[in-house]
Design a protein around this ligand. Structure first.
Ligand code: FE2
Length: 508
């Protein structure tokens, strides 16, 4: 493991940002916008089987709105200069950690193997025809605490032919054929569920619903051992609660995945899963893109009790061409981090968040930030595979970025580590508490939608009541100082996606 020493980290002055942006609401839109609204409502009815959320595309907001137009009372984006980080420990239910992330896809075998190879996460468990599941194929990847589940539907007729109801043999009790198909058709490869382990998934569900959460699945007790429930998060994404009957549940090293994951999952034969390990250890944050931040943040904040951990406005993070507003919500321990972004308008080029919303046909998970215990090792392994089935990365920043890095982070990174950063294209940022090393992949599928971030946080080591050393959540921030570099890369990448126009043939 690479050791990065923290040396007397200076406290950076808080950068003064311009005041908050106002949120304007409208239900009007262009014909394309109206079409997407109708499409989303139809799909939501099918997928969530509950009333559609009021998610109109917001009236374009421009950078530098003036305060007099503000009309949002539930939530206001303050901007960094006014935002003061506090932790009211206001969770409405006991939250432990991220549990897993489930992707819905059309062929779980291929998606799981691609992510396994590209991220160094072995396939450790399965629930498919070979385990008696006639409803869906699910494959589980695990590296440290990070679990990715890939699920795709079998034909509903398969279960019927065996005289089962379509979902009788499902291991994920909330799976639905029609919803899964509609989801994949609308979004392509995308995240369906962000799962958090909670003290009591039954209590978490009812506490959430009583505070405004839209229910998706009431609690289901699985094998008298685990409980699973779901509420709507944003778009077609659900927040899934998982809890275990035994409060001392801790069987992470067991060979039996039904003891540490969910019942009806069986271990994968070691012969058929190559034992890769690139050093990825857990999920740090799962970011959503939404058309309108204020209503999305107010909704999630209200039913979870999570507090605001950070804010970024277009002025903070935008380039001259595009930008976003962003809010990070956190649980009491600040280890379950749920940032959300909205686009801003009126810039030279379309916001990358708006591009996402169009290609994803609405809100969804934009990126998953994975913590590495050694980002240099992880990146070397991932880059080896970029051209042979793994993941490609956004273009690296110019050499001038790394020339300035010694001045910016020379007290934390050695000269050799700064050289490694340049060789591997790693970005470095810091806040008043710690340092963040980060890098972003290109979108992982066909559409310019979901991508992966690999990070390592340095500093902020604390001791708990038992004297155990741990790292404070969000240490080093979220790369605000790198957003501009990142956006330039994304903008350059998006330019390569511009459809090449075939000149119209001259009419005869
Ligand atoms: Fe991130």
């Amino acid at each position: 493991m690479t050791t990065i020493t923290r040396i007397n980290l200076p406290r950076y002055p808080r950068i003064q940002f311009q005041s908050y942006l106002r949120v304007q609401k409208t239900t009007t839109g262009t014909p394309a916008t109206v079409y997407f609204k109708q499409l989303r409502r139809l799909r939501h009815n099918l997928i969530c089987q509950s009333p559609p959320p009021p998610l109109p595309f917001a009236k374009p907001k421009t950078m530098g709105n003036n305060d007099s137009d503000a009309d949002e009372t539930q939530f206001q984006l303050l901007g960094f200069s006014k935002f003061v980080r506090t932790n009211p420990r206001s969770d409405r239910f006991g939250v432990q950690r991220f549990h897993h992330v489930e992707f819905w896809c059309t062929d779980a075998t291929n998606s799981a193997r691609r992510f396994s190879w590209g991220l160094g996460m072995p396939i450790v468990a399965k629930s498919d025809l070979s385990t008696g599941n006639l409803t869906h194929a699910s494959y589980l990847l695990r590296s440290g605490q990070l679990c990715f589940l890939f699920t795709s539907p079998y034909s509903p007729s398969i279960a019927s032919m065996e005289n089962f109801s379509p979902t009788a043999t499902a291991s994920i009790p909330t799976f639905d054929h029609a919803a899964s198909r509609a989801f994949s058709s609308a979004h392509g490869l995308a995240v369906r569920a962000i799962a958090v382990q909670v003290d009591d998934a039954d209590f978490a569900f009812h506490a959430s619903v009583s505070h405004g959460a839209k229910p998706v699945s009431p609690p289901v007790l699985l094998d008298n051992h685990a409980t699973l429930s779901e509420v709507h998060l944003y778009g077609d994404v659900v927040l899934r609660y998982v809890s275990y009957k035994n409060p001392n549940h801790d069987h992470q090293d067991s060979d039996s995945p039904d003891s540490w994951f969910l019942p009806k999952f069986e271990p994968v034969d070691k012969q058929s899963s190559y034992p890769l390990d690139f050093g990825i250890r857990r999920l740090d944050h799962a970011v959503g893109n939404v058309p309108e931040l204020s209503s999305a943040v107010a909704y999630v904040k209200n039913f979870t009790g999570f507090h605001e951990f950070a804010e970024f406005t277009a002025e903070d993070v935008g380039t001259s061409e595009s930008g976003l507003n962003s809010v990070v919500l956190a649980n009491n321990d600040e280890l379950v981090l749920l940032p959300m972004n909205e686009p801003v308008y009126g810039t030279k080029r379309k916001s990358q968040i708006q591009t996402y919303l169009e290609h994803n046909e609405g809100s969804g998970v934009q990126h998953l930030a994975l913590v590495s215990e050694d980002i240099f090792r992880t990146l070397r392994e991932m880059r080896k595979r970029s051209g042979i089935g793994g993941f490609e990365f956004m273009p690296s920043p110019p050499p001038t970025y790394y020339k300035k890095l010694k001045h910016r982070a020379g007290d934390v990174l050695t000269d050799e580590q700064i050289k490694d950063c340049e060789e591997l294209g790693i970005l470095v940022d810091r806040d008043d508490q710690g340092t963040l090393l980060q890098i972003f992949t290109k979108p992982v599928g066909d559409r310019p939608t979901i991508f992966i971030e690999i990070i390592q946080r340095v500093g902020c080591m604390l001791k708990d009541e038992e004297g155990k050393v741990y790292q404070k959540g969000g240490c080093g921030g979220f790369g605000k100082g790198n957003f501009s570099e990142l956006f330039k890369s994304i903008e350059e990448y998006e330019k390569t996606l511009q459809a090449k126009r075939i000149p119209e043939a001259a009419s005869a």
